[in-house]
Design a protein around this ligand. Structure first.
Ligand SMILES: Nc1ncnc2c1ncn2[C@@H]1O[C@H](COP(=O)(O)OP(=O)(O)O)[C@@H](O)[C@H]1O
Ligand SMILES: [Mg+2]
Length: 216
């Protein structure tokens, strides 16, 4: 059992995109995975419903949970599944805080063009607080929607910035996801990018991220 969180305080950064893709990719490996949607917008649940309605295999269990009891519920659920993936979002969300308290690893997607020091610094502090209770937890930043135009050097610039800022509780992972239609279109069909298949570069990026998060 493992609990991996995709979270962050900003909306629209890619939390659900990452969470749903990782869930499907684990399921494709034969893992019994639970996708836990703690975002009231319910985007992950919607994705799972589309998947269910179109009878896409493998089936993925998805439940919604909010509020106070979340931490203990996540722990209980983790006993019953190989892997639990938590999609936690929203500004000042209580769910994000609880999830940080129980997860093994947290991945925070950030878009280079939305990148702001203040938000990352806040996340760094939030992670520090969570590690006070959940000592083994590790938190990472994932760059998402990086420009596919090589002339735009967002990736390198963000990395350089990250090095100079030297956040204490956040590490920037090597794999990045670029801005690709495939990430949007596959989600609409209740699929992961590898199942959608039509964009090899997108599949490769998601595979690299998967290896980063789950090893192997
Ligand atoms: N790498 C990407 N390339 C293109 N579109 C993306 C990418 N990542 C996310 N999106 C799109 O951006 C929107 C917000 O992503 P989502 O995963 O729902 O964010 P969050 O869960 O953080 O609010 C969605 O329409 C999604 O399809
Ligand atoms: Mg979301």
């Amino acid at each position: 059992m493992g609990i991996v969180l995709f979270g962050g305080e900003k909306g629209g950064t890619g939390k659900t995109t990452l969470a749903t893709n990782m869930a499907a990719m684990l399921a494709l490996q034969g893992k019994d995975v639970l996708l836990l949607d703690t975002d009231r917008q319910g985007t992950a649940s919607f994705w799972a419903t589309v998947r269910e309605d179109t009878e896409i295999e493998p089936r993925i269990s998805c439940v919604q949970k909010f509020g106070k009891g979340l931490a203990s519920q996540v722990r209980d659920l983790a006993e019953r599944y190989d892997e639990v993936i938590v999609d936690a979002g929203g500004r000042d969300s209580m769910e994000l805080r609880y999830a940080l308290g129980v997860c093994d690893r947290a991945y925070i997607p950030v878009q280079p063009f939305q990148f702001d020091i203040w938000t990352i610094r806040q996340m760094d502090e939030l992670v520090e607080m969570a590690q006070g209770l959940n000592e083994e937890m590790q938190a990472f930043i994932v760059l998402n929607r990086v420009s596919t135009n090589p002339a735009v050097r967002e990736d390198r610039e963000t990395r350089e910035f990250f090095r100079t800022e030297d956040f204490q509780h956040l590490a920037l992972v090597e794999p990045v996801l670029r801005d690709r239609i495939a990430f949007r279109k596959s989600a609409r069909d209740g699929l992961s990018v590898p199942e959608w298949k039509l964009d090899k570069k997108a599949v490769e990026e998601m595979n690299q991220l998967f290896r980063e998060v789950y090893g192997g």
